[in-house]
Design a protein around this ligand. Sequence first.
Ligand code: UDP
Length: 470
Amino acid sequence: MENEGRPHVVMVPWLAMGHLIPFLELSKCLALKGFQISFISTPKNVQRLPKIPPNISSLINLVKIPLPQVVDLPEYAESTIDLPSEKVHYLKKAFDGLQGPLASFLENSAPTWIIYDFAAYWLPPIANKLRVPCAFFSLVNAATIAWTGPPSILMGITEDPRKTLEDLLGVPKWIPFASNVVFRLHEILRLMNSSKDNVAEVSEAYRFGAAVQGADVVFIRSCTEFESDWFRLVEEEIYQKPVVPVGLLPASVKERSDDNGEKWGDISEWLDKQKKESVVYVSIGTEATLTQEEVVELALGLELSQLPFFWVIRKPTSLAGDNSFTLPDGFEDRISGRGYICKGWAPQVRILAHPSISGFLTHCGWNSIIESLGWGRVLILLPFLAEQGLNARMLEERKIGMEIPRDERDGSFTRDSVAKSLRMVIVDEEGEPFRSKAMEMRGLFGDKNLHDQYIDKFVQYLHDYKPKKT
Ligand code: UDP
């Protein structure tokens, strides 16, 4: 066989676009360095992946394993993008059913490494049995995983020192330096609410803890130039195992241009007509879903801001029928020419790279942050789920972005706060420090040489790794 003799890495990402895309980016980097990759996902997710360049496509084997059926999980749902966030636990249950087929695949394919995501917490014992080194690949940054805590606490093996709601709102005691990276009350309440009806066998916390605990090494998609203290803390104190940065894995505009979705021709025609650095790109990623009230406030906030905008708005694909929310009466007419509403998958990386873009109103997913700062686009922060709030605080603490004020208790925001924050960050003089900081970040997030150096070191690590003796 042509590819025989190459080191073989099996990649096991969670079923969400924000996970599949960076796992594929890492796969492409490794394929370019001569590795053979088996990329595991479900048939529909494999179809949704960005294209793989022809020079490495024979080295990336897209392995399609169908999800087992789970009661209450619609048959079409194979990714978080197909579901409202409160139903994602059904998908986790189905994902756990991949254990058996994946174990057989691994037995027959003799990999050199297994690199997996937080959802596949059950993989390390399978890897150990086969004596294959396994790595947990963190798609969240070091600050977020430090905040999340040691595996023993996440797994309930040692007691969580945070007992009250107030404790959960403060900086955890295992973080020894001053930090504003904390959750807000409405985010904690939302987290508690979303884990209430979990049908999967284990909690989110346990899943994450066990995924880390079982790993021989933890790879993090970030770099020490951005967050060296947090890296040190995670490796030396919190995980006490090798923690290796793989760099920021910036997306290539060219490779992300053929994303299945709205046609680039129509989009670029509109973007080309806008003034340089004038348009705000607005997207809340693939996991959070807006309520109807939030849609209205965001729409009217964009309108009030009087700024040109490109808004990606979508309900989970197959649930919504026509795929759209109800926008305020007359809204589309009033903003016609000034606003572009994209009711489907948008070629985000290509849009952010367009010279007409000024900033990004974002939900603060780590992919979106990396993609935006790679082009020096300033950030207006509107987090919803999971670690997005921590990311927002981290960016605000460092004056890289500004958060849209919300009601502390229920998390609601108003059209006025949206409009005011947008104008402040994008055009007002007061926002100048944010804009120059975002440009400064471009030097780091868009640094191709730095990225290559991280990948070289990472590849060397994989080659040199000696499994521990048992
Ligand atoms: N994305 C895209 N088009 C869309 C929505 C999302 O290309 O219409 C991509 C985006 O570029 C990013 C990923 O999907 O790479 C979303 O990841 P992120 O971590 O920002 O958010 P998540 O969806 O995980 O909350």
